[in-house]
Design a protein around this ligand. Sequence first.
Ligand code: SAM
Length: 311
Amino acid sequence: MFSYRHAFHAGNHADVLKHTVLIAMLRHLLQKDTALTVFDTHAGAGLYRLDGEYAETSGEAADGFLKLLAALKKPSAPAKKGGTAKPLVDGVAPILQDYVDLVASFNQPGSHKIYPGSPFIIQHLLGERDKLKVFEIHPTDVKTLSANIKQLEAGRQVAVLREDGFEGIKKFLPPPARRALVLSDPSYEIKNDYARVVAMVADSLTRFATGTYAVWYPIIPRPEAHDVPRKLKTLATKAGKSWLNATLTIKSSKLTSDEAGDVVRPGLPASGMFIINPPHTLKAALQLALPQLVEVLGQDQHATSTVEFGG
Ligand code: SAM
C-alpha cells in the first residue's frame, strides 16, 4: 500500500515551483482558440487544508507558499506563519504574483487555509471547451478527489480516473483537438517511478509528438533521480523537440546532526520541472521568477536556481 499523502507536503517549495510553472504554461496554452486537453497523471486529493492535521504536522507550507505570500505582502503586514515578511527587492515576477493570487482565490480574503492541488489549479483556468483528465490510485485520495471535483459541478469537463496514470494516459493520446498538456507528478515512492515517468514520456511522444509534457522530479542524492532530467533531455533532443529544465534548490542536501548527535535528514532540498515543447514565453518568465524564489525561500548558501533549455 502507498504511504505517500500529498496533504503532508501541500504548499511546500516543490509545489511552489511546480504550480508556478503549471499556471504559467496554462496561461499561454489557453490563449489559442482550439480546445486544450490537460492530463494530470498523478493528481492527489485536489484540495488541502493548510491548517489541518497533516499540513500542520509537517509545516512544509511555512517554508514554501506561506513564506512567499508573506514576502509579497508589504512589510507593515507581517505574516503569522512562515517567518518575517520581507518585500521582494525588484518587484514581483508576474508569474509568482499570478500563482499567489490564484491560490488566494480559493480562500476568504485575508485567510490562507486552503491550498489547491494541481487538478483544482488546472480546472480553475480552463475554458468551457477544454477538458481535464486526472489519474489517482490511492484509495483514500481518489475518494476525496472525486468528492472535491463533484462540488465543482464541472460535469463532463473533468474526468477522475482511478487508474495507473503512466498506463492510463496511453488511450487518450492523441487527443481529439490535438492540443494537450500532460503534467506528471509522481511521488517517486516506488523506485520504479523514475524509469516509468521517462518511459511514459517516450511512449507519449510516439503517440503525440506536439504535446507539451511537464515532469516534476526531486533533486536528491540518488542516481535514479539524476537520471530523470538527463534521460528526458536525451529523449527530447533525439525527437527534435525543444525542452526546458527549471530547478529550485532551497538548502544543502547534506545530512547534519542535532545536539544529541543524532543524524538529521534535511528533508527535500531541491526539485525540478522538465518540460518538452514548452511555451516560448516560459524561459524568460522563469529567468525572472526563480532568482526571486531563491531569495525568498532559500535557507542557506546552497540555495540556487537554474533554467536550462535546448532544441
Ligand atoms: N499533482 C498533485 C498536486 O500537484 O497537487 C500532487 C500529486 S502527489 C505528488 C502524487 C500522487 O500520485 C499521490 O497522491 C499518489 O497516491 C498518486 N500515485 C502514485 N502512483 C500513481 C500511479 N501510478 N498512477 C496514478 N496516481 C499515482
